[in-house]
Each structure stands twice: as structure tokens, then as C-alpha cells.
Design a protein around this ligand. Sequence first.
Ligand code: MRU
Length: 334
Amino acid sequence: MTAHSSSFHAIEWRGQSLHLLDQRVLPHTHTVHEYTTANDVADAIRDMVVRGAPAIGITAAYGYALDALNGRDLGEAYKVLAESRPTAVNLFWALERMASLGTEDPHALVAEAKKIHEEDIAANLAMGQFGASLIKEGSRIYTHCNTGALATGGHGTALGIIRSAYADGKITQVYAGETRPWLQGARLTAWELMQDNIPVKLVCDGAAAQLFRANGADWVIVGADRITANGDVANKIGTYSLAVLAKHHGMKVMVAAPTTTFDLTLDSGNAIPIEQRPMSEVTSLNGQPIAPEGCEAINPSFDVTPAELIDAIVTEKGFVENPTVENIAVMVNS
Ligand code: MRU
């Protein structure tokens, strides 16, 4: 594998079909699967072939267009895609945008999906600049999960800000939390950063507290799967504990997400549906059991970080510091 982040495609439309880079087997195996039905695309989203909130939304839009191309029932396509994963609001946003075109014309729907894809890349580049403006020279950044080119249309949200701030000469070290149980930090974020020659050290999730206690990092920068009207943030499980730790150690917390990740219909994070994934993801690793047979586990895929623990939320439209209902509404609706 020699690719730079800009030279691999997590999601690619080629001719009449969708191609997804299989993120379950990265970084050591590079496999691309081809999809021609919404049903198979929904399975790919559920099974984590593609993951990350913006990437899930883009993929669902292409999945919907695929069923239009093949003359299938678009109501069914919408339903099966909407049932794939519950937390990332980008999925529902993208499906609504496709359905609200009110057409079954495959060309119009493929064009709309491509537009959603392109707009996400542009949003990430803008977010990168806004987020980088908040970072001082010599900063050390801790990030969680994967929020890079693999999780988005390209460049990334939190990882996009890290890329932009590194290009500006502001970052001396990135720490990637490994992110149990799927290890998005170890397998995907470390890989993306290494392709771009950005200095990264991998951290066991449980080692973050010791790193912060030793004054090893300045910012926690993460993405989001859904942000509610009051600034509460659902993101990968483990984000909430990092935010609590960061506050305890006088560090700052930045959340980066396009405005397509906001759900202003929900007052607070208490209303966000949290995906519960199979116990086997916790009790085994790469198909090998790591817990006693029959041991039960909990596996919430996301947690909610309350707005009061967040210093800044960055979008393609700008950023808010100390998020409130008021400043979020102004930014998102601007
Ligand atoms: O379960 P995943 O890998 O889809 O979870 C992804 C995350 O939680 C990301 O941090 C979030 O979607 C933002 S991606 C730009």
C-alpha cells in the first residue's frame, strides 16, 4: 500500500455502479467491492465496509440512485437504507435530500448523489481552515476514531482540521486513540496520517488519562455523528470520557462536523438514538474469542458529550465557541 490519503477513494461512482473500499480490512488489505442495489449498500453500511457519518450519508445517496437506475421501488430503497444505522443523522439528511427531488429519473438522482459527495469535500476543506485558525503553533492534538478521507467525501472533519493545521506548521504531534472495539484509530487514522507524513503516535484508549496528566496534549479534536440544538454531540464511544478528562486537565475540546450533521429537531443529546452493536464485537477480536465463552458485554457504538464540555464546534460555515442554542442556530442557519 503506497497511497496518500488524496489518492485512495473510500467511495467511488464508476459508470453505473458504486465502489467502496472495505474499511474492515484496512490497513493491511486493500479490497474494493462493487454495489448495484440499495439493499447491498445498506448491508455495507451496517457491516462497516463504509463508516463515518458523512461517508454513510454519501453512500446512502448513491445507494438510492442505484435503485433508480435499475427501476426498483424508491420507497423501499429509502426504507432499507434508513434502517442500516441509527445514529449518524447524515444518513437521514442525504436520503431526504434525494427523495425530496421528487423524481425517479436515474440521471438526476446520480447527479444529486455526486453533488452531495462534492459538497462534502468542499465543506471539509472550509472546516479545515476554520478549525486550524483556532490552533496555536506548537500544538499537540489527541483525536479519536477516524474522521479523515475514509469517513467523509475527502480530507476529513477533525482529521481535515489536523491536516490543515499541520500544513500551516501549527502541529508538532498527533495522538490517535485506538478506539475499541473497531480500532478505527489504530487501523484507519494512524494509516491516513502516516500516508501524509504527519507525526502520529498510537494510544490505547485507557492510556489517554496518563498522557493528559503528563501534560502531553493541548487539544482533543473529534468528529460527530449528530449534534443537537443545544450543542450536545453524539460521537464514537469513548469521546465523552475524553472530554471529561480534557476538562479535568485544563485542555480544550473541539468538535468538527459539516452542518449536515446537525439535528436541530432534537433539543438535547438525551433524544439521540444510540446504536447498540453485537456483543461479539467486544468479546472477540478478528474473529478470535478474547473473553470467556458465554460472557456478556455491552456495546454502545456512540456516546453523548454534553455541550458544556466542548470549547468549539467547527463547521464549513464557521465556528462557535462555548456552544449554546442561540449561537448554534445562528451558525447553522447562516
Ligand atoms: O462507527 P463509525 O466508525 O461509523 O463511527 C464514526 C465516528 O464516530 C466518527 O467520529 C464520526 O462519524 C465523524 S466522521 C467524520
